[in-house]
Design a protein around this ligand. Structure first.
Ligand code: SF4
Length: 487
């Protein structure tokens, strides 16, 4: 369904493009799946049980769903793992239970259609048949598409923006998302991607990060991330945060954890809640803002357990819990789905909708990515329904630039799907680059979304992407010059 038809059909039903209904979070009944028929509530709410029953391979998924799902689905998934997947399989029961949440399957094969259609499954358990066959990867797709490693000032510490840094404390998560932008580093190697490994010991790497921050008073804001901080033993994370809080220049700390949604049981543990309370109390005393940033892509993921975990964090003194979702075709790239998600977060769990990132240009992501033009249309359609402070910005993370709101581009070649962006600061690798602030930086739409002429152009030039880039840039400069003459 295109964005326009989806909006049109909703107008016909209600008189408003989006019919707001206050969402009630629901924890789907996990006993509907044969493998969990006897699982008790106390087991379900135990983080140990959840971690021990994560699905890591097709055999374990078969043990859960059995013949409720056709063998062809398992084969499709297995082929994807072997030939396309950039992330290994790791899905906690909490997330699996939000797939096909309303199905009460009756007999062999009855779950297949709902599982194929499920938005959470589409990004957590991607299958081969969903990947594009014409352009499975963009010719410019790269493993570290944001060049974060190039901007490491200590191993795992990316200094891209003038006043803020990203600290990758670890390279694992309790769940692995198929579209992960840090696929180069995060998780286990797959048959397609041999993962980069941190070389230093964690204790040395973390010390080097803190040392850099002490020496760099311009940095005031640290995203403490990974991976997912929920995979770091709490005592070690608390130790790092306590030392971070001793650095006078640090004013904002954001903990990045998709597990608040994927494994809320982690954040509901007594020792973790007590630890967050200690850290939040110190942060408050020192005038530092401590927030949690999570990653929810669909309204179905916002369950009562997620709301409880969020409330526990807010009660422990975290200033805010914000969501940074990823815009994904087949999952949420639709105005209705985005607004449902935002209201589920805001009304159902007190999570602030904050950003939606366009899916980055990593290998085999073309079936998920949307064009900048579609992202602009989506931003238009979601304006005006949410409070201004909770209206998420849809952003494009432009290589060598950083996050730009999708309307901020300086030029756009719609035929070839190349947008051009500028920036107003230097990254850590451009200190002596005189052209950094005047250069334009390119971002590329998925080729299958382009008009026929644009697709043909890429077919002619895809083998030599550097030539393609310079030709495209020259074409854009010519077009811009022509526009200037006409103006
Ligand atoms: S939780 Fe974040 S870092 Fe981990 S796999 Fe998902 S997107 Fe990547």
């Amino acid at each position: 369904m295109t964005i326009e038809t989806s909006v049109g059909s909703i107008i016909a039903e209600t008189g408003q493009p989006y019919p707001y209904r206050r969402p009630e979070p629901v924890e789907p009944d996990w006993t509907r799946f044969p493998g969990w028929a006897d699982v008790t509530t106390s087991e379900w709410e135990s983080v140990q049980w959840q971690r021990a029953h994560c699905v890591k391979n097709v055999r374990q998924l078969r043990a859960l769903w059995g013949d409720l799902v056709d063998e062809s689905f398992y084969a499709d998934l297995e082929r994807d793992q072997a030939e396309r997947a950039t992330m290994s399989m790791l899905v906690p029961p909490q997330m699996l239970n939000t797939m096909a949440p309303h199905e009460t399957p009756h007999g062999p094969g009855s779950l297949t259609e709902a599982i194929y259609a499920d938005p959470v499954r589409r990004y957590m358990l991607p299958v081969f048949s969903e990947r594009r066959t014409d352009w499975p990867s963009h010719p410019y797709a790269t493993r570290d598409s944001l060049h974060e490693h190039d901007m490491w000032v200590a191993e795992g510490l990316t200094h891209r923006y003038p006043t803020k840094v990203l600290a990758e404390l670890l390279s694992t998560c309790p769940q692995y998302c198929g579209h992960c932008t840090r696929m180069d580093l995060v998780g286990n190697s797959t048959p397609v991607i041999d993962k980069l490994k941190f070389l230093g010991k964690p204790v040395d790497r973390h010390a080097a990060m803190l040392d850099y921050l002490r020496r760099t008073p311009a940095v005031r804001d640290v995203v403490v991330s990974g991976g997912d901080v929920a995979n770091m033993p709490w005592a070690r994370l608390e130790d790092f945060l306590s030392r971070l809080l001793e650095i006078e220049n640090i004013r904002d700390i954001r903990l990045a954890t998709k597990a608040l949604m994927g494994l809320p049981q982690h954040w509901l543990q007594d020792d973790v809640r007590a630890g967050v309370e200690r850290v939040a109390s110190t942060a408050r005393e020192r005038g530092v803002s401590l927030a949690i940033h999570t990653h929810v892509n669909h309204a179905a993921s916002v369950t009562p357990l997620v709301a409880r975990a969020t409330k526990a964090m807010l009660d422990a003194g975290v200033r805010d819990v914000r969501n940074q979702g990823v815009l994904l075709n087949g999952v949420n790239a639709d105005p209705h789905a985005l607004l449902d998600l935002c209201f589920a977060l805001l009304d159902g769990a007190q999570i602030m909708p904050y950003y939606f990132y366009m899916c980055d240009m990593i290998p085999f992501s073309e079936h998920w990515r949307v064009s900048v033009a579609d992202a602009q249309r989506l931003q238009h359609h979601i304006m005006g329904y949410l409070p201004g402070f909770a209206t998420p910005r849809i952003v494009c993370d432009v290589p060598f630039v950083g996050k730009r709101w999708v309307h901020q581009l300086s030029d756009y070649d719609h035929e070839r799907g190349i947008s051009y962006w500028t920036k107003n600061y230097r990254t850590s690798i451009e200190a002596s680059d005189p052209d950094a602030l005047t250069r334009t930086y390119a971002y590329y739409d998925p080729i299958h979304t382009l008009p026929a002429e644009g697709q043909q152009w890429w077919r002619r030039h895809a083998d030599d992407p550097h030539e393609a880039a310079s030709q495209a840039a020259a074409a854009s400069r010519t077009a811009a010059a022509a526009q200037a003459v006409h103006a």
